[in-house]
Design a protein around this ligand. Structure first.
Ligand SMILES: Nc1ncnc2c1ncn2[C@@H]1O[C@H](COP(=O)(O)OP(=O)(O)OP(=O)(O)O)[C@@H](O)[C@H]1O
Ligand SMILES: [Mg+2]
Length: 291
């Protein structure tokens, strides 16, 4: 059964997609873990990155061929929408055989206001029933979430066992973090955790903060110290939200132009060696070593 991880932060541009893409790619390529990346963001950045823009553009015109199929009136089989091993060389040779993608589309934005729940079935239960078909076939399912905590993120969080919070090493990030934990606490108490025909889910816990996009030459000691004080307080105020082994994951992922360059090349950074690939490797190894 897959370990399901969500990369969540309502703050935009902190590195959710870069981390989801590269950690998924590393786990699949270097650790040999069968991995599915589910793009839950209507911006579709992970899909554009991994599928190549042209293929994604075609899918974007047909939402029934993306993750959005789950929310369409007709019962589409979302299993057919998997893009298997999309990371390839120009000649079509597969680079990462164990990484599949369930793509997103702009239309996923309408999940917020157009999708009507079926009587007695909350939207996130509906999602869980459909996404659950993938669970037995993967070791990891990684959800790249949009920069909000609306329906798309709620579906991903509900289906996940673990949450990772990408942050930047700045004050805005850590003030946002305490609000995020309170929102997750609220979400836990509002969600109906018992799914018809499946059983009761254990709510996902936050297992780590991943500091991203830090200047390799800067000293962030003060920010880390303040963050640790905040975390100690949150452990008291929201103990159920933070996992017992929660921590700020080491190392911080440093800021390198490769993040943008490889997204433009439509390849994960981790397919080649380099300092940024090395940071992603260490974070992925840390996550993989957790039970
Ligand atoms: N370690 C890094 N070094 C340099 N640039 C980075 C790094 N990580 C991310 N970036 C850049 O920062 C921008 C935002 O990153 P990304 O898209 O991963 O964030 P996000 O949290 O997914 O954003 P959104 O909230 O819009 O979904 C991108 O241009 C990306 O290339
Ligand atoms: Mg993103």
């Amino acid at each position: 059964m897959a370990r399901c991880l969500s990369f969540v932060n309502f703050k935009g541009g902190v590195g959710k997609t870069s981390l989801a893409v590269n950690i998924a790619a590393y786990l699949a390529q270097s650790k040999g873990r069968k991995t599915l990346l589910v793009d839950m963001d209507p911006q579709s950045n992970a899909s554009q990155w991994l599928l190549q823009f042209k293929l994604w553009q075609k899918l974007n015109e047909k939402p029934e061929h993306t993750v959005y199929a789950i929310f369409l009136d007709k019962d589409h089989n979302v299993g057919q929408n998997l893009i298997q091993a999309p990371v390839k060389k120009a000649d079509g040779q597969i680079i990462i055989g164990k990484l599949d993608v369930l793509p997103s589309c702009f239309k996923l934005m309408d999940l917020e206001h157009e999708y009507r729940e079926r009587p007695g079935v909350p939207y996130y239960h509906h999602f869980y029933h459909h996404i659950g078909i993938f669970f037995p076939h993967y070791e990891y399912i990684i959800f790249d979430c949009p920069p909000n905590l609306y329906r798309g993120s709620t579906c991903a969080i509900f289906a996940s066992d673990e949450i990772y919070v990408p942050c930047n090493p700045d004050r805005m990030s850590y003030t946002g973090f305490s609000y995020l934990i309170r929102k997750l606490q609220q979400l836990r108490s509002n969600l109906n955790m018992t799914v018809a025909n499946i059983g009761t889910r254990n709510p996902a816990q936050v297992r780590g903060v991943i500091m991203n996009d830090g200047n390799p030459r800067a000293n962030y000691t003060v920010i880390y110290e303040e963050f640790e004080i905040l975390i100690a307080r949150l452990r008291q105020e929201a103990p159920e939200v933070l996992a017992a082994d929660f921590r700020i994951i080491e190392p911080m992922v440093r800021s390198y132009e490769d993040a943008r360059k490889y997204a433009y090349m439509e390849k994960p950074v981790t397919i080649k060696r380099g300092p940024l690939a090395e940071d992603y490797r260490e974070v992925a190894e840390y996550i993989d070593a957790l039970d």
